[in-house]
Design a protein around this ligand. Sequence first.
Ligand SMILES: [Zn+2]
Ligand SMILES: [Zn+2]
Length: 386
Amino acid sequence: MENGRLPTVGKPIRCRAAVSRKPGEPLAIEEVTVDPPMPHEVRIRIICTSLCHSDITFWRMKDPPGCFPRIFGHEAVGIVESVGENVDEVTEGDVVIPTFMSDCGECADCKSKKSNLCSKLPFKVSPWMPRYETSRFKDLNGEVLYHFLFVSSFIEYTVVDVAHVTKIDPATPPNRACLIGCGVSTGVGAAWRTANVEAGSTVAIFGLGSIGLAVAEGARLCGAARIIGVDVNPDKFEIGKKFGVTDFVNAGNTDNKSLSQMVNEMTGGGADYCFECVGLASLVHEAYASCRKGWGKTVVLGVDKPGSQLTFSSFDVLHNGKSLMGSLFGGLKAKSDIPILLRRYMDKELQLDEFVTHEIGFEDINKAFELLIEGKCLRCVIWMGK
Ligand SMILES: [Zn+2]
Ligand SMILES: [Zn+2]
């Protein structure tokens, strides 16, 4: 094929994608076409991508917002191939990280230091590009392929809105940079930006999956003195120690005590910061009950089933003076905070290598799904190859 040698700017690109055609079924590597970027959009050649649990959640989803055929993937790094009109922020050849959260820089929320919830291009689970509500992908029969989380990185070339693109230092190793697109940033950011963990404080983390471990890493970077990991799997303590976990509560063996009783006893009245990283309303209640009266902060990172409710006694809320916060993408503002995290990685402060348990080629992408589902992996990096 001579296609690769012809200028691609302004034209559709034919390339390979891992297409998810039916819920829960292996992805198929197919030839697809990727339209050129519209105004405010960027077409990116993906170098590395990694698999996150949200990809699996939506890949399994038979009912809306699940939809097929779709191109998943939302943790990635790539090189700008071309840009649409009105894009000055990045140019051909720049190394970028696409993110599911936008950072438009113009709306009241993006201008405020207090929020990362852009209201111009708000976060939602959409099958389209954010600005035009259309797709840039088609299969060779002309059928539309849906986008995922405004990124869709299980493809050689993707199109992303410039508000969802952060330019990074090209010296950053791509098989580490891609992790910053979702999971690790969410956990580290929750400790650093959302909770603002202070040096010397005590932290309790409910659920030591990759997000919980990333919270531990963030708390460790913030100088937390004590990091209590809570999980049903005792093997997680050994893994957690690498990320600063100092104490462990085996949630499967608590001598008939509640988890909050355990944490309250261990800390003499509750942790300063608690993080729920599983996605269970009952565990949010335990986390809230585990943080210290007066100043304790509980941060919710897990996603429970749609419609699930939290119920608190108004007496407890009034008398205990605690805070409860949600945190999307760890409260990070992509364009300003991603470069800080990557610099801290290059300065050997932030650990990223320890999250990468597997690296595979694009054609083996279904292996990444198997590894994550079996719980054998924190992050599997997928190299797109040439
Ligand atoms: Zn905004
Ligand atoms: Zn994710």
